[in-house]
Ligand binder design. Structure first.
Ligand code: F6R
Length: 247
């Protein structure tokens, strides 16, 4: 573990080793505080983390029965049962394989008739649980955290956002037809994320090396929303060798 600014940085040899370190951190949090409030991310990066958490549940009895979970974001227009919705992703990767109470899992409602109210509901539900204890984040190649794209404000809250064309393109890999890729999402804000007690950011692969460098040691700017994470003194970055290669 080394320090860059006020961020702790832990480098694993491979993506799988890095995911196992993140899973160990989350499982430690749950052991120390079984009623933890966990903030969760989707995307390709955390898949191996969830696989390891499912293994720890099955083999070591790691229990999710008292946790509450809050996901960072959901696509606008995709219902919970849509195969590409983030609710479905979480069910497939984690929720349906562990003993979490579905009533305690919160993903923003992307098909609400009043999307602004759905965003406010997510924000209020986090507050009702006393805030997030441990928030897991990935990072977009453009520096986004959750769907806070470049230009997002430091004090932004959970809201409806337009996705940038680079994010839409990156997400297209999960859809059969490019025309089906949603262009808007409900996302937790940067201000919301920074209120979490601890934050874990995970990045793997050479394609993330440049943005990891900018986020950690580049200029702090709204052009790279992840650079705002240095405002928080409880952030740990978990990187594989490739993602750490420009540090
Ligand atoms: C996911 C999310 C996004 C991803 C980011 C990286 O809930 O909010 O910010 O963490 O786009 O995605 P991957 O892991 O697919 O590279």
């Amino acid at each position: 573990m080394k320090l860059i600014g006020n961020a702790s940085v832990q480098v694993g040899e491979t993506a799988v080793e890095t995911a196992n370190l993140v899973a160990a951190r989350i499982s430690q949090q749950m052991t120390d505080q079984p009623a933890s409030v966990l903030g969760l991310a989707t995307g390709g990066t955390p898949v191996a983390v969830y696989q390891q958490l499912v293994r720890l549940h099955r083999q070591n009895g790691l229990s999710f029965s008292r946790v509450h979970t809050f996901n960072l974001d959901e696509y606008v227009g995709l219902a919970a049962d849509h195969p590409q919705s983030y609710r479905m992703f979480m069910r497939e990767q984690l929720f349906d394989s562990v003993d979490v109470d579905p009533e305690r899992t919160f993903v923003p409602d992307g098909v609400a008739s009043d999307l602004a109210a759905a965003a406010a509901d997510h924000e209020n539900a986090i507050r009702d649980q006393g805030g997030i204890d441990l928030q897991l984040l990935g990072i977009g190649q453009n520096g986004h955290i959750a769907f806070n794209e470049p230009g997002s404000a430091l004090d932004s809250r959970t809201r409806v956002v337009d996705l940038t064309s680079s994010t839409i393109q990156a997400n297209a890999r999960f859809f059969a037809d490019a025309a089906e890729v949603p262009t808007r999402a409900i996302t937790m804000g940067i201000g919301t994320i920074l209120e979490s007690k601890s934050i874990v950011v995970m990045a793997t692969g050479a394609a993330k090396a440049e943005i990891v460098r900018r986020a950690l040691v580049g200029e702090e700017t709204r052009d790279c929303p992840a650079s705002y994470l240095r405002r928080h003194d409880g952030v740990t970055w978990y990187l594989d060798r490739e993602a750490a290669s420009q540090l």
